[in-house]
Design a binder for this molecule. Structure first.
Ligand SMILES: Cc1cc2nc3c(=O)[nH]c(=O)nc-3n(C[C@H](O)[C@H](O)[C@H](O)COP(=O)(O)O)c2cc1C
Length: 154
């Protein structure tokens, strides 16, 4: 029996100014909604906020992922959401969490080690591997916190 098709979409978007006023609060709201809404759709993923950008990975059944991206794209809390990775995958890279979220800060050195601190963060120009690496670092370093978020939202 062939495994059901899996799809990964990673996009970057610019956080809107009003959302930046209370980014922590906005991310908490998004996360609570996302965990509840993604679970029944078999969607998993991870999102980070860094220097005015959201980068989010969505994984799951292709139709569910594409539909969700359409919905998310229309959200006024960010704009110019553009996919940087869109592909069928054999397995999930961010399968532990219906959604995880992390607001990156200076203290996230281990996570940011894949980025050049002297360069501005320009996810639309970064090689897609750089963004996947960034998210993978977050998954690795903050595994415990991200898992606690799921438990709290359950
Ligand atoms: C950066 C960002 C990421 C989001 N991620 C998700 C997500 O993974 N799942 C989800 O259901 N909604 C997510 N949302 C929220 C949706 O854009 C939208 O508010 C929500 O799906 C609306 O749901 P409703 O139509 O059921 O009210 C996200 C929003 C933003 C700004």
């Amino acid at each position: 029996v062939p495994a059901p098709a899996l799809y990964r979409l990673v996009y970057a978007s610019q956080i809107s100014p009003t959302c930046k006023d209370d980014l922590r609060g906005a991310m908490a709201e998004i996360l609570t909604h996302a965990i509840a809404a993604n679970r029944p759709r078999d969607v998993t993923g991870l999102m980070v906020a860094h220097r005015g950008w959201f980068v989010q990975a969505l994984e799951g059944p292709p139709e569910a992922v594409k539909l969700l991206f359409e919905t998310i794209s229309a959200d006024a809390r960010h704009h110019h959401a553009l996919p940087v990775v869109e592909c069928a995958v054999d397995e999930r890279a961010f399968g532990q969490w219906a959604m995880g979220a992390r607001l990156l800060s200076q203290g996230d050195e281990a996570v940011l080690s894949s980025l050049d601190p002297k360069q501005p963060f320009e996810p639309m120009r970064a090689p897609h591997r750089t963004l996947t690496r960034l998210l993978a670092n977050v998954a690795e370093v903050h595994w415990r916190t991200l898992s606690d978020q799921q438990a709290l939202a359950a």
